[in-house]
Design a binder for this molecule. Structure first.
Ligand SMILES: [Zn+2]
Length: 489
């Protein structure tokens, strides 16, 4: 177990955890959102973030403070918590973002980490190299080496009680992200940001984002708290949490508000296009779209930022409850319907089912079959693997209908899982709720289950009784299985 992070609950790759931040004297429950505070420009004050939105942790940029004479002196004199008027935990970034935007910065990891400690940061960050997506393997590997050197160098700096991050880079090369994750995991650092994913999210490349996170997670240990750096849109939180991300930072609430953009869990709206406000936060119940449009620019920005934060924090709470209730993937499926790019993200998640399945609890609330993607959920793959350990003998009937005494054994078969002994009927996930009008994917997955069972029991004779399965499913059933239709259910 890592010293400062403890896992409490899990669902798919998602988890509820506790991040202990000793310097701040607080324990932050994850998944957590860190609102980004621009020290030069506060749309919503940190005190209000705490009181009104319950923010336990926020993030600000130590490089901006370091490079502004007034801010630097105030931060040195009063400390960061006093400067921002915030009692919770404060994470600081190092200027890596500025490095990626402007090509160079004028501090070293050593200088900026000492500065972060000096001003009272609770979680400090070295200067890593945020390699953008799609660059050559050679460049991504060379830059990753530099990031690794700096992470190692940071270990030898006396940072006291301040926790340290070890950013995971590697561009869009899964082998490098995995290697970076394993390297970071081998250090004494405490929090693991997956860096340089903002360009992927800005281009709605959620499928690629999922692949990057999956690769990093393969390198990192299960007990490593993972921060998805720069991921601020509530639409994708459930997806990212289900992949195993624990911390998010949001500058989006303020940046979008500045452009008159209104966040929802289904996407982003322009305030000008809204005849109705589809939200019940205080901003949206106290005013209409017209009221908001009539405000002066500053008041409008503040109102929109407050709404954006309400939506964002509400989604985090909804996700936590979904983990507790064991229906996080149902929530992800729902969000996947909000945008084709989100559907890509969810399909990519399903491609990593076997990886997710390692952390997924064996039993949770009833499995809901909600789309053809449900046929590819981790629970289906787990059931198929479980079939390898079962040994039906003699002549065995696998049927969607009633059991029959004409066989040595008579098993049930339920799409999308496939066959199982009747004694398991009441166990998760075989108690699944499935629609009457199932799609071909569910039958195909069930047929894959039959194939798996048949392959691992070469001496057993199998007969399949099915309710008129489509040809695409029957084609997947091994030839030596005799199958017959039971007609319509
Ligand atoms: Zn609202």
């Amino acid at each position: 177990m890592r010293d400062h992070f403890e896992l409490q609950d899990a669902d798919a790759g998602g988890r509820i955890g506790e991040l202990t931040v000793p310097r701040a004297g607080v324990t932050v429950e994850t998944p957590a959102l860190l609102p980004v505070i621009n020290p030069n420009l506060q749309t919503i004050s940190p005190a209000r973030l705490h009181e009104e939105f319950g923010a336990e942790i926020l993030i600000t940029n130590s490089y901006i403070i370091h490079n502004n004479d007034d801010l630097r002196e105030s931060a040195r004199e009063q400390g960061l918590h006093e400067l921002l008027d915030f009692d919770g935990a404060i994470m600081t970034d190092s200027g890596s973002f500025q490095l990626s935007e402007y090509g160079e910065i004028d501090v070293t990891t050593d200088e900026i980490l000492r500065f972060q400690r000096e001003i009272g940061s609770d979680i400090g960050t070295p200067v890593d190299i945020p390699t953008p997506p799609d660059v050559s393997h050679e460049r991504a590997e060379a830059e990753l080496e530099t990031t690794k050197e700096r992470i190692e160098a940071a270990e030898s700096i006396d940072t006291g009680e301040m926790l340290l991050t070890a950013p995971v880079q590697g561009s869009t090369h899964p082998d490098l992200r995995e290697r970076a994750g394993a390297h970071a995991d081998g250090t004494d650092h405490d929090v693991f940001p997956i860096g340089a994913v903002v360009p992927l999210m800005n281009e709605y490349r959620y499928g690629d984002m999922v692949d990057v996170v999956a690769a990093a997670k393969r390198g990192l240990g299960v007990d490593a708290p993972v921060h998805l750096f720069g991921a601020g849109h509530p639409m994708m939180f459930a997806l990212a949490v289900a992949m195993g991300c624990d911390l998010f930072d949001s500058a989006a609430y303020a940046l979008y508000a500045r452009d008159d953009r209104y966040l929802t869990v289904r996407g982003t709206e322009q305030l000008d296009d809204l005849d109705y406000l589809p939200c019940s936060c205080t901003v949206c119940t106290d005013s209409t779209g017209e009221d908001l449009r009539a405000l002066n620019a500053k008041a409008r920005e503040e109102a929109l930022a407050a709404h954006n934060l309400h939506v964002t924090f509400t989604e985090i709470r909804r996700i936590k409850q979904a983990i507790r209730s064991g229906d996080l993937l149902e929530l992800v499926e729902e969000r996947a319907r909000s945008h084709p790019a989100m559907l890509d993200g969810y399909r990519a998640l399903c491609e990593h089912s076997e990886q997710l399945e390692r952390e997924d609890p064996v039993s949770k609330s009833t499995f809901f079959y909600l789309s053809s993607e449900s046929a590819n959920r981790p629970e289906v793959h787990r059931h198929h693997r479980r079939l390898d350990r079962l040994d039906p003998e003699g002549q065995v009937l696998l049927t969607e209908g009633d059991s029959s005494n004409n066989y040595d054994e008579s098993w049930r078969i339920v799409p999308p899982f496939g066959p199982f002994p009747r004694a398991l009927s009441e166990t998760y996930p075989l108690t699944a709720e499935v629609p009457d009008r199932l799609d071909a994917s569910a039958y195909e997955a069930a047929a894959d289950g039959v194939a798996r069972l048949v392959e691992s029991n070469p001496d057993t004779e199998f007969t399949l009784g099915h309710w008129d399965w489509p040809a695409s499913a029957l084609d997947r059933v091994p030839e030596r299985v005799e199958s017959f239709s039971l007609g319509d259910p």
